[in-house]
Design a protein. Structure first.
Length: 343
């Protein structure tokens, strides 16, 4: 397990976002210098984004630049000015369902924005570019667990298509320009300071208000829920271990892709029951939620299940936080952030 070099400078895009915030805080706590970049868009509550930034700004080794990935001049400027040793691109337009109604946002951020990052890494070479992909690239395939060796040419949402495009673009830049790149296929990340558009978060808000929660595909869904600390640890392990060029008859590239998931898909209804229990323990609710069962939504997949053999082999690491632990920590944070501080 390789520890990050705290003498290096890290650029974290999406620093006001869920994963970016937690990664930046971990690196800052270790003493590394971190430059955060984020456009702080209003896809969800900007107050939560500013709360994350307020925590990061308490560190003297943190600098923040507000900007948009789609602005190539701004992206080029931050690389020119700060010259990061390692870049971690976690900024993206997220959300499967939102990509169906607002596709342009995904092209601007996930395609144009990632192209700008790659060009900046070419112009101002970095030792390693780590970027977020998604389990969504696997689409509705029936084979489980999902392996990075699987055929992923049939994404079922534009969001998934943009993430798959990122992997192809990264490989091309690795091959052409020798930029070491590592793509990370995240599997349903959850935890404190999470994204309010995620199901577990919206369930919590509705339960706290006594509202009915909507459960799709009549509850017959499985997700490989992955706690945020496991995601961050996985990233930290590989930051200073860039891939090297593969040797093959066709030539290779210093590019890798890994799954980061809990390797243990949970039934959605069991997840909801566990969330209810954790919320009751925190006094947020006093009875189980009212539930409305609905058909599958466009772009949704039935199941996610990560094969994390690559993480184990290369980094001796496997995410393992059980949902009972992760949801308990989330519920405690939710009470402190949304209830206690408003009293």
């Amino acid at each position: 397990m390789t520890k990050p070099d705290i003498g290096k400078k890290y650029l974290v895009t999406g620093a006001a976002g869920f994963v970016g915030f937690h990664l930046a805080r971990r690196l800052l706590g270790m003493g590394a210098r971190v430059v955060g970049y984020d456009n702080i868009n209003d896809y969800y509550d900007v107050g939560l984004k500013f709360a994350r930034l307020e925590i990061l700004r308490a560190y003297s080794n943190f600098e923040f630049v507000k900007g948009d990935l789609a602005d190539n001049v701004a992206v080029d400027r931050i690389f020119a000015e700060y010259k990061p040793d390692i870049a971690v691109n976690l900024a993206a337009q997220a959300g499967v369902r939102y990509s169906i109604t607002n596709p342009q946002a995904y092209i601007d951020s996930n395609i144009t924005g990632f192209f700008n990052i790659l060009e900046a890494c070419r112009g101002y070479p970095v030792e390693h570019l780590v970027y977020a992909s998604s389990s969504s690239v696997y689409g509705n395939q029936r084979k489980t667990p999902f392996s990075t060796r699987d055929d992923v040419r049939k994404p079922i949402s534009l969001y998934a298509a943009t993430k798959l495009s990122n992997e192809l673009m990264a490989y091309t830049y690795s091959h052409l320009y020798g930029i070491p790149t590592t793509g990370l296929r995240f599997f349903t990340v959850y935890g404190p300071y999470g994204r309010p558009d995620m199901a577990y978060f919206s369930f919590t808000k509705k339960m706290a208000r006594g509202e009915t929660i909507q459960i799709y595909n009549n509850g017959d869904m499985k997700r490989d829920f992955t706690y945020i600390d496991d995601i961050v640890q996985g990233i930290v392990n590989m930051l200073c271990s860039p891939p090297v060029e593969e040797e093959s008859a066709e030539g290779g590239a210093p590019a890798r892709v890994y799954n980061i998931g809990n390797n243990k898909p949970e039934d959605l209804l069991h997840f909801v029951e566990t969330l209810e229990r954790c919320l009751m323990e925190q006094g947020i609710i006093n009875k189980p939620a009212k539930k409305e069962f609905l058909p599958m939504q466009p772009g949704d997949v039935y199941q996610t299940y990560a094969d994390v053999g690559g993480l184990i082999k290369d980094f001796d690491f496997k995410p393992d936080t059980p949902i009972e632990t992760g949801l308990s920590r989330f519920a405690e944070w939710y009470r402190e952030y949304y209830i206690d501080k408003r009293k």
